[in-house]
Design a protein around this ligand. Structure first.
Ligand code: PEP
Ligand code: MG
Length: 758
């Protein structure tokens, strides 16, 4: 903004401030506003059009015929005013009639005015009205004047909202340039269908006051907010807590660049000088940038724009003190949550009854937030780009994660079709649910154990709902993730006891805490507080537990005390060397001895196991085998280490296939090495819950799967149709001479045998 624009805007704002503060009613205020603007810009005409019942209605004018007020109405997209509202963009014309969209309204008497400038009045990123000026003389308005009009339009947006001059319905139905349905594609992370209103995890701030009382105070607020924001970004960089891996470094670098960008701070300060509050100034600058960027069609720039939006929103939240996420504010309707990325703990803060679906702009199949969502039965669509520019808070969305799409602004027909699919889906679920009491035995008589993965108290119901054989992986860290502080030992005991009780005679394999990687806890950090370059390969899981042995001791006591007189199954995550198992087991032995000395009841038997997630352990199976009773293969981590591909990195989300001979041969070798030993081998990664992958796993000799509850039905259905001997023979051949696509080979194999894949 130039000095002239600052002054022009300030002059108008000072006068508008008095108008706004006056006690007159809204229509009188609008009448005064058009007079003030007309005078200040020395413009013969100034008019305000507002959206009413879907039409832009002339609400106040200086210079046009007064009889036209509340009579002249235009559709969005009609005439110059309608075009401004539709495009949410300003127009500045020396000769209005020369514009192709010009539409003449005789009742206004506007034929004598040649020049025209108009700006949209924007609320919640939609045009709810138009402010325009007209002049007899054919001259373009100065940019300064248009800028001043844009600033005034913000004040009008506030006035309109406070005076209830437009309906909420009108705001929601205002086209904003796009009216028809639109479908965006993404990557299916958790299958399923859901409909609900769009809710941004980081909500946009509603600006309450636009005109400043004290410009100096506003300037100070912005300075403080910038300081705080920069601090936050520095902290994010040092803790790498932003998002869950992936592109965060690039994003952080951009954040930093913007956070220290002098141009940005200068423009905000200038907007404050013109009389706006800190919030309005930030928004004003953002609006202007948004409009400029809309004219540039460059995906790279669009990405950067997105980062600046993020940051601008962050700054707004800081300055307005509205710091919570949508979770802290609570979901009021069935909702589809939208976020760039989320941590598992952030997701768990949402009300499970209202959270129907999640759309991430990033995300990958095995990131923990996705695992948690899968366990919650919430469909997730990832890698949907450009969502933010297209979806507005509160809009209805149809999420079809089965087809990897989300539909915005669905038509009645689309909603109906979607509901039909929903119903068919439910029918299919009912068929699977009916398999609850069916024992998973293959067509040639092989019993395959099908267990579920769990981690929260709410998951326990799934055990009886699915009729699973037990809990093959209980992720104890979930309790830690949902707590604000380290859960006390007693609380841990209580949860474990409840889990065992719910499981009855069925086994539960408790995994000791696996914190770190993409599961960070604010209250548990590395001593140096330093960031880790590669958290998935860093200070996590058993590595943390052995160093902070107080944590493991408490957990060991909690587990031992929770299972008096019954069998306790304990496994350790991320074991890389046999000595780590020994050290962890020693902690359990110590606690067991302690309880025995105190004559406390202890488990009747303790079975120990390890997770096979680090390839190094596979080379030492002979060394670890005599010490363990079971081995659980965590294919999520194992594949990221085998392929050297970060499981949280969205760029790699589709690169490697679980059906690669690399993984299948590896797993077959593990099975063969332990053949004949009294060790239960289970696969508990996400892979086992997918039908084709499960088929391949059974083909390499796996007989125990622990999977997400929603997969139990489909996997049981598959097993019932399957000849285990036949798939093993086929897999032998394929692994000796791998087909071009294992996926295709398995699919045809199954279809030829009448196995219907979901
Ligand atoms: C795995 O790595 O496959 C696993 C089951 O553990 P998590 O997903 O919790 O890391
Ligand atoms: Mg793991």
């Amino acid at each position: 903004m130039s000095i002239g624009a600052v002054e022009a805007a300030r002059n108008i704002l000072t006068r508008l401030h008095d108008v706004m503060a006056s006690r007159s009613h809204a229509q009188a205020k609008l009448n005064t506003v058009v007079e003030v603007i007309g005078e200040c810009l020395d413009s013969e005409v100034c008019s305000i059009y507002l959206l009413r019942e879907g039409m832009l209605e002339l609400f106040a004018t200086r210079g046009l015929a007064q009889e036209a007020v509340h009579v002249t109405r235009m559709a969005v997209g009609e005439g110059l005013v309608g075009t401004i509202a539709e495009d949410i963009e300003s127009l500045n014309l020396a000769e209005a009639t020369a514009h192709p969209d010009f539409s003449y309204r005789p009742e206004t008497g506007e034929e004598k005015f040649h020049s025209f400038a108009g700006v949209p009045i924007v609320r919640r990123e939609r045009a709810v009205g138009v402010l325009s000026v007209q002049h007899v003389e054919p001259r373009r308005y100065d940019d300064i004047e248009v800028e001043a009009l844009q600033t005034v339009a913000m004040v009008l947006a506030e006035l309109i909202t406070n005076a209830d001059l437009i309906d909420e319905v009108d705001v929601l139905s205002a086209s904003g340039g796009q009216t028809g349905p639109e479908q965006l594609r993404g990557l299916t992370l958790v299958k399923g269908l859901a409909s609900g209103v769009a809710v941004y995890h980081q909500p946009r701030i509603t600006i309450e006051h636009v005109v400043a009382e004290d410009t100096e105070a506003e300037r100070q607020r912005v300075i403080l907010a910038f300081d705080k924001m920069r601090e936050q970004i520095e902290r994010m960089a040092s803790q790498a807590e932003f998002g869950v891996g992936g592109e965060h470094e690039e994003v952080l670098a951009t954040y930093k660049m913007f956070a220290y960008d002098e141009g940005w701070t200068r423009r905000i300060n200038e907007a404050i000088d013109s009389g706006l509050t800190a919030e309005a100034a930030i928004e004003r600058v953002q609006q202007r940038t948004r409009m400029r960027m809309r004219q540039i069609d460059d995906p790279l720039l669009a990405d950067r724009m997105h980062d600046l939006e993020d940051l601008s929103n962050r700054l707004l939240r800081i300055v307005s003190g509205q710091l919570g996420t949508a979770a802290t504010m609570g979901l009021r309707n069935d909702a589809i949550l939208i976020a760039r990325n989320l941590g598992p703990a952030e997701l768990l803060e949402y009300d499970r009854r209202r959270l129907k679906g999640v759309i991430l702009e990033e995300g990958s199949l095995t990131s923990h937030v996705v695992i948690v969502a899968r366990a919650m039965g919430v469909p997730v669509l990832g890698r949907v780009r450009g969502l933010r520019g297209k979806v507005r808070d509160g809009e209805l969305l149809l999420l079809d994660s089965d087809q990897a799409t989300v539909t915005i602004r669905p038509s009645a027909g689309l909603i109906e079709a979607f509901e039909g699919r929903f119903a068919r889906n439910r029918e299919r679920q009912a068929v699977y649910a009916a398999l609850r009491d069916v024992v998973p035995v293959s067509a040639d008589g092989k019993r395959i154990a099908v267990m579920i993965n769990a981690g929260l108290r709410d998951d326990l119901a799934n055990l009886s709902l699915t009729g699973a054989d037990g809990i093959g992986l209980f992720r104890t860290e979930f309790q830690f993730l949902v707590s604000a502080t380290l859960p006390a030992r007693e609380r841990q005991t209580r949860l474990y006891r409840d889990v065992l009780e719910a499981a009855g005679n069925k086994p539960v394999l408790f995994r000791t805490v696996d914190i770190g990687g993409d599961k960070t806890l604010p209250y548990l950090r590395h001593d140096d507080g330093d960031s880790e370059e590669n958290p998935a390969m860093g200070w996590r899981a058993l590595r943390v537990a052995l160093e902070r042995d107080g944590l493991l001791k408490a957990q060991a006591r909690a587990l031992l005390e929770a299972a008096p007189d019954r069998t306790l199954n304990v496994m350790f995550p991320m074991v890389s060397e046999p000595w780590e198992f020994d050290a962890a087991k020693a902690v359990f032995d110590g606690q067991l001895a302690f309880l025995r000395r105190r004559k406390k009841r202890v488990p009747e038997a303790i079975r120990y196991g390890v997770m096979l997630e680090v390839p190094a352990l596979a080379e030492q199976l002979d060394l670890i085998a005599p010490k363990i009773q079971f081995l659980s293969i965590g294919t999520n981590d194992l594949t990221q280490f085998l392929f050297a591909a970060d499981r949280s990195n969205p760029k790699l989300a589709e690169r490697y296939d679980w059906l690669s001979p690399a993984i299948l041969r590896f797993l077959r070798r593990v099975v063969r090495t332990l053949d004949g030993q009294p060790i239960d081998i289970t696969v508990c990664g996400e892979m086992g819950g997918r039908q084709l992958e499960a088929l391949a796993l059974i083909g390499v000799g796996i007989e125990r799967l622990s999977i997400t509850p929603a997969s139990v039905g489909p996997i049981k259905a598959l097993i019932g149709k399957l000849e285990v001997a036949a798939i093993r023979a086929a897999m032998e051949e394929w692994l000796a001479a791998p087909p071009v696509s294992m996926r295709e080979a398995l699919t045809s194999w199954a279809t030829e045998r009448g196995i219907v894949l979901d």
